[in-house]
Ligand binder design. Structure first.
Ligand code: MG
Length: 362
């Protein structure tokens, strides 16, 4: 059988690999919430979730107090049933970030277990569409960087054979944003994909104004222009500009994505496996987006998202922000600008258990 006999959660703090600032926040540290499951037939699964600096201990408490006890004695292969059972048991705190992050830690552990039991990598078990996915760089585009640094970063990405970069916007002056983007566009040429990210910092009127200003730069997308709960504002903006609108990193349920897609308010979906509640809902969002003819370019977590973007036909890009190198023994493989989905059984992340233990805080 495959009945869960042990479930443990723990919290590991991983220092940021570099300063990362956008229009509204800084990445302080990666609070990494792990869940490890063991079944009565000797199989194990290790899943994880994260925050960028706050709430990690709350996620851990929810897991220990409410979610993990429900897993003992359950058939680990019934992932859909388990997800629904945990969701129902936390209905009073759903939909919400803390609960979705906790569900994700359990769900990714269950998928790790499923893949290991099948001796197959995640990208094949979850769909198996493509062995690699184009990668774009965000790490050279942070808001605190100078224009010279942005240009250097973008050129390095282009020289390495990558297909795109993303630059943060949301400077107080729209013209300053424009000048920074113009410098990058000039450096990389007209064919290179250039995306911008406002991190929910604008009003609808300001976003329409800046989109008009940026239009000659042929941007790949404009990401999170407005607060994530302003679906109507995104729909209005999408009607006003030809630049594709990207959203998803701040959405916490499948239904929120459905509303964006139904109302034509999203042209690119950036579903985040941790924030949406795990691989199970991630795949539902990806398939839903496919039905609307929309690509999936997941937010952050490249080490896990590479396998999910590889699993589905509308996986278009993986975002380059390395953040697990301190607690893994192998980097994500990138060949000719393509992120390669790991081919080993499980999630395909080579955890360094000693390094994780050294950084364990709870
Ligand atoms: Mg973003």
């Amino acid at each position: 059988m495959a009945v869960v006999r042990a479930a443990e959660a723990f919290l590991v703090d991983v220092a940021v690999e570099r300063v990362r600032q956008d229009a509204v926040q800084a990445f302080q540290r990666q609070e990494t919430i792990f869940v490890e499951l063991a079944t009565d037939d000797g199989a194990t699964g290790l899943g994880y979730s994260y925050t960028i600096g706050t709430g990690g201990s709350s996620v851990l408490a929810l897991l220990n107090d409410h979610l993990l006890p429900r897993l003992i004695g359950v058939d680990s292969r019934r992932i859909e049933w388990i997800w629904r059972d945990l969701f129902s048991s936390t209905r009073a705190t759903m939909v919400g970030a803390i609960t979705s992050l906790a569900l994700a830690a359990v769900d990714t552990a269950l998928w790790d277990l499923r893949c290991r039991r099948q001796s197959e990598p995640l990208w094949r078990v979850a769909g198996g569409y493509q062995p690699h996915v184009p990668m774009y760089d965000t790490e050279g585009g942070w808001l605190q960087l100078s224009t010279d640094d942005l240009v250097t970063g973008a050129k390095a990405a282009a020289d390495a054979g990558w297909q795109g970069v993303k630059v943060k916007v949301g400077k107080p002056s729209a013209v300053e944003d424009l000048e920074r983007l113009q410098a990058v566009r000039e450096a990389v040429g007209p064919r290179f994909a250039l995306m911008v990210d406002a991190n929910q910092s604008m009003t609808c009127a300001e976003a329409i104004r800046r989109a008009e200003l940026f239009a000659p730069l042929h941007l790949g997308w404009l990401e999170e222009p407005l607060p994530a709960d302003d679906v109507e504002g995104h729909a209005r903006l999408a009607r006003a500009t030809g630049i594709p609108i990207a959203v998803g990193e701040s959405l916490y349920s499948v239904a929120q994505f459905r509303e964006y897609l139904q109302r034509g308010a999203a042209s690119v979906v950036q579903v985040d496996v941790a924030r949406v509640g795990g691989i199970t809902p991630w795949l539902k969002v990806a398939h839903l987006a496919e039905a609307f003819g929309v690509d999936v370019c997941p937010h952050f977590l490249m080490e896990l998202h590479v396998s999910l973007a590889a699993a589905v036909p509308n996986g278009r890009f993986v975002e380059h922000i390395p953040q697990l190198r301190a607690i893994t023994t192998r980097d994500l493989s990138v060949v000719d600008g393509q992120a390669v989905a790991p081919d080993e059984p499980g999630l395909g992340i080579a955890w360094d258990r000693n390094a994780m233990d050294d950084r364990r805080v709870a």
